[in-house]
Design a protein around this ligand. Structure first.
Ligand code: ADP
Ligand code: ZN
Length: 748
């Protein structure tokens, strides 16, 4: 039996300390349990990482007590933590810290407290009758709580039953009720009436897909193995959500729980409402929904967490970190918009929630559904290689045809007339027509990344790396074009290498500029802008969308914020100001992102009765990403993209590891990056490619100079082994920081 435990202390930066396990706890404790220990002379909370039979620590102190079973990590989650630490080359402490919400990590609780009453034993009809004779108020209270099925706030109970505290106290004395002080949450809608939603009948495509899912779930219940992950490829508006709802219903009926991941941006009250109205009502099974998103206060997050832990809520909906939600007896995991980059965490541990979800599904032995209108190349390749199973919804659920996509060639436009403030003549005409018809327009500007590619305004030529075929980034500081992936450098041309025009430059235009020109061209139109700069106030996002839905706004201008999941029937025109910005970002996924973005944005047009139109402005009208998006041709896009990836040995044909070295001193950071690249190269086996150290596209951020070394290998295991070896062997100079990013998404 283990007498000692290694404990990760919450407050510390990953400090692991050994403690002895007191006699009375030895039978009960297990890895993942939360305990209270003394660190120096203060109490601290920590997690048991391992049980030990020996410890050589002199004067070892005992564990004080358990924190209570509710917060411990179950074995599956401990296994998941181990896998993540290994796969993402991250310290286990950072993984565990990511898994638990801050509130559970022993920090101060600040939320409002409320007394909650819950039923301790169920009264029979006779019990109620006999109570009702002498104490009708007590009977009313019992009935109310019995009906609700969940604990209710005491003030609310007393108000509804018009009762006094003494009636409640009598019930507590009688052993019927327990009263505890708890934190309250706002977002998931306490006390809000949820109306049951009407369940639509499925169309034949949905029928086929749901059938297949139900069969897989049934086979699993019958003792079979967990099915392969499903990739649900359904065009925008094909009714994927209804498919999720049906799969969920099947799982909930057998008493299990469900996890639904959505990108943060899609986590609107409307999304949550669709799930709540389907399941929370008694007649639909009464399964409660817990919502986990980044706008919750720590106290709210903790409360949602505890509701899941206690089994009060059986459905968790949330963004990235909800993949760690403490669901009991998990029956299904759904990852909506699986291609979304927001699933990737950009700080240690740099995990991708979709991939963690697939791993969790495997460990839990439950089905996983990844859904998207534009599946990631990685996931689609997993279908092709037999790792995932494909489900398809090729048509819009409402029977609408896909919107017409027109490509406007900005090279020609520029010759004829100046494209003022980003609006070409066809786009201006399109907007005018919509204003006349009282229909709405969305103008979309993809500002992601940096518009630092060299682009010829005449022929659309873009300077690319001969080794990687990525667009080269202009570094203004030393007037150099560089490939940040392999380190290739060149002098920026003064004339276009293709058409010899001196007009080659880096051009960019912001949403603010677009707004200005729209106001100038359409002075009487009602216009709103939606981007990170204008959406700073909490609630402003919902406010603008509400106004737009109510048709109080004619033209909505925005960044990727408006690209996803929005459904406005009166929007008949979507204008894409410049499709090239994303296309020429120095990233091997640039083409994929552009295709995804155009397809998703186009999906916002023509959701209602009238057909939609999309106008795409570009200097590269022949680009495959644009052409395939235009023809709604995912298969065509995938085929060309996958051969590009294969030819240049980019993921998913290789596993990539991005090493970033940064420091305030450019010299030190640069030198460290060079030495690091050298050490990696010396120790690397033949299967691993190591790049030269190169300045990051975003050369300097937060006062630090940044350098990248990129590693690629067909063997993820070899890459992991190498990075562990090197990180253990090197000592970086003071003031220089190194981070490892496995499967990087941000190459900046
Ligand atoms: P997706 O997530 O695939 O883009 P949604 O789930 O948002 O699509 O569905 C698009 C629209 O079609 C929604 O308004 C939804 O209510 C409607 N819808 C979905 N399935 C059906 C159905 N079987 N019958 C009628 N309408 C449906
Ligand atoms: Zn290169």
């Amino acid at each position: 039996m283990s007498s000692f435990a290694r404990i990760l202390i919450d407050r510390s930066e990953g400090r692991e300390l050994d403690y002895s396990i007191p006699e009375n706890l030895r039978v009960g404790v297990s890895v993942g349990d939360r305990v209270v220990v003394m660190v120096r002379n203060r109490r601290a909370v920590g997690t048991i990482l391992a049980l030990l039979t020996h410890s050589s620590v002199p004067g070892i102190k005992p564990i004080e007590c358990l924190v209570g079973g509710e917060t411990s990590l179950p074995p599956v989650m401990m296994k998941l933590a181990d896998w993540m630490a290994d796969y993402y080359c991250a310290p286990i402490a950072s993984v565990m810290r990511t898994m638990l919400p801050p509130m559970l990590r022993g920090e101060k609780i600040t939320g409002k407290k409320v007394r909650m009453a819950r039923l301790l034993k169920k009264p029979s009809a006779e019990d109620l009758d006999s109570l009702g004779k002498g104490a009708p108020k007590q009977r009313a209270i019992l009935e109310l709580i019995g009906k609700s099925g969940v604990p209710l706030a005491v003030p609310e109970i007393l108000r509804v039953c018009n009762a006094s505290d003494s009636s409640l106290k009598a019930l507590v004395r009688g052993g019927w009720l327990g009263v505890t002080e708890e934190r309250v949450v706002g977002f998931s809608g306490d006390g809000e009436e949820v109306l049951p939603s009407r369940i639509p009948s499925l169309n034949p495509d949905q029928e086929r897909v749901v059938q297949e899912l139900h069969e897989a779930i049934g086979a699993l219940e019958g003792g079979g193995d967990a099915p392969l992950p499903f990739l649900l490829h359904g065009v925008t508006g094909s009714g994927k959500t209804e498919v999720y709802l049906r799969a969920l219903a099947r799982v909930l009926k057998s008493g299990k729980s469900a996890l639904v991941l959505v990108p943060e941006i899609a986590l609107t009250p409307q999304t949550v409402e669709r799930f709540r109205s389907r399941f929370e009502h008694e007649e639909n099974g009464g399964a409660r929904v817990a919502v986990l998103h980044s706008h919750l206060t720590d106290a709210e997050r903790r409360e949602e967490w505890m509701r899941l832990q206690r089994g009060e809520a059986r459905i968790a909906i949330g963004a990235r970190s909800a993949v760690f939600a403490p669901l009991k007896d998990l029956g299904i995991i759904i990852v909506d918009e699986e291609h979304e980059n927001t699933y990737k965490q950009e700080e240690t541990p740099r995990y991708h929630a979709r991939d963690v979800a697939v791993m969790r599904g495997r460990l839990e032995g439950c089905p996983v559904i990844l859904g998207s209108a534009t599946p990631s190349v990685e996931s689609y390749r997993n279908v092709k290689s037999g790792k995932y199973r494909l489900l398809e919804l090729p048509r819009r659920a409402d029977g609408q045809i896909m919107p017409l996509i027109r490509v406007v060639d900005l090279r020609l436009q520029g010759k004829r007339a100046k494209v003022e403030g980003g609006l070409s003549a066809p786009l201006q005409m399109g907007i005018t027509k919509r204003l006349e018809l009282s229909q709405q327009t969305i103008l979309f500007l993809n500002r992601r990344g940096f518009s630092t590619a060299m682009l010829c305004q005449q022929c659309g030529h873009v300077c690319r790396c001969p080794n990687c075929s990525l667009s080269l980034t202009l570094h203004r500081a030393d007037n150099r074009l560089a490939c940040h992936l392999c380190g290739h450098a060149a002098k920026p041309p003064t004339r276009c290498p293709e058409c010899k025009d001196p007009g080659i430059q880096h051009a960019g235009i912001g949403t603010q500029r677009v707004e200005e020109s729209v106001r100038k061209f359409f002075p009487s139109a009602r216009i709103a802008r939606m981007d990170a700069d204008t959406m700073t106030r909490k609630g402003s996002y919902a406010e603008v969308l509400g106004k737009f839905r109510a048709r109080q706004i004619d033209i909505l201008i925005g960044t990727q914020m408006i690209a996803k999941g929005l459904d406005f029937p009166n929007v008949t025109l979507v204008g894409i100001i410049n499709a090239d910005i994303g296309l020429h970002s120095p990233d091997f996924r640039a083409g994929e992102r552009t295709f995804q973005l155009l397809t998703q944005v186009a999906g916002r047009a023509g959701r209602g009765e009238t057909e939609g139109e999309v106008i795409v402005q570009t200097f590269s009208p022949a680009s495959p990403s644009i052409q395939h998006a235009r023809h709604h041709d995912y298969a065509g896009f995938y085929d060309q993209e996958i051969s590009f990836r294969e030819a240049f040995r980019h993921p998913p044909f290789t596993r990539m590891l991005l090493v970033q070295v940064r420091g305030v001193s450019q010299e030190k950071a640069s030198f460290a990056a060079d030495s690091l690249a050298k050490i990696f190269r010396e120790k690397a086996s033949d299967s691993i490619e190591v790049s030269e150290a190169a300045p990051a596209p975003l050369e300097r951020a937060h006062g630090q100079y940044r350098f990248h070394v990129t590693l690629k290998s067909t063997s993820g295991a070899a890459l992991g082994k190498l990075s562990r070896e090197v990180t253990a062997a090197i000592k970086l100079p003071a003031g220089v920081i190194m981070t490892l990013d496995v499967d990087p998404y941000s190459m900046m």
